[in-house]
Design a protein around this ligand. Structure first.
Ligand SMILES: [Zn+2]
Length: 240
């Protein structure tokens, strides 16, 4: 059973929009962008299995397979943040491909301390890994053909959340910072409303055609079109 809807934004950016009943995040893949024999980058692989028993990672693997993307060809995992619904499946990918993992230094510290309790709350084993490197704000060069992503530090939902921006493609991947007509929760440990506001202000100045949020608050997931993106930024100001 596949509960992810594949959406290709272009030939290098594929999105897998979660359509299941229970909680899970949307996933993106940067396709064939790394040098070497594991050329794909995955962003937020999500849950292995969620609270309703849905096999989220199996669904993701099937959806990716329909686009000829194999788990063993993933060379890098980027975590926007370390909530279990975004990164529980890291370990499944590492098992199959030995992919490296990257996240911000702030989120890495958070995961080792406060976030452990959140995992306990969900009854999930906290992820054990050593990141390949820490994400820093600014350009991240992924290697092949000059493929570059801008990392933007956007704390608030969690202390080291990041968003990923592709300026030429005008794509913004927002994790749990903003959604369609909504914003990330700040009531979990490590959440901070003022930080979230500052982070969203920082994003609102970017030239964006597509927002890929970490969760859907509308059926089709992706916020498309400059006007809709602009209206979304205006609407979410109401939360502050
Ligand atoms: Zn989250």
């Amino acid at each position: 059973m596949v509960s992810h809807k594949p959406v290709k934004l272009d030939d290098q950016v594929y999105c897998y929009i979660w359509q299941g009943m229970g909680n899970n995040c949307n996933t993106c893949v940067f396709v064939n962008v790394l040098k070497g024999d594991r050329p794909h980058v995955i962003i937020d692989p999500g849950h292995i299995r969620n609270e309703t028993g849905e096999e989220c990672f199996k669904s993701l693997e099937r959806a990716m397979a329909s686009d000829n993307i194999k788990t063993e060809d993933i060379g890098l995992i980027i975590n926007t943040h370390t909530h279990p619904d975004h990164c529980e499946a890291n370990e499944r990918i590492v098992e199959q491909s030995k992919a490296g993992i990257t996240l911000s230094r702030e989120e890495d510290e958070f995961r080792k301390t406060v976030d452990v309790n959140l995992y306990k709350l969900f009854g999930i084993k906290a992820p054990q890994f050593t990141p390949l490197f820490h994400l820093q704000e600014g350009a991240l060069d992924l290697g092949k053909d000059g493929f570059q992503v801008q990392v933007i530090l956007t704390p608030g939902h969690s202390p080291g959340s990041v968003c990923l921006y592709l300026p030429e493609k005008k794509i913004l991947i927002t994790g749990d910072v903003i959604f369609f007509m909504s914003i990330g929760r700040t009531d979990f440990p490590g959440g901070d409303m003022l930080q979230l506001k500052n982070s969203i202000d920082k994003l609102s100045g970017l030239d964006v055609e597509y927002i890929v949020p970490g969760h859907n608050t509308e059926p089709n997931g992706i916020i498309r079109g400059k006007d809709r993106v602009k209206r979304n930024f205006e609407a979410i100001q109401m939360f502050f």
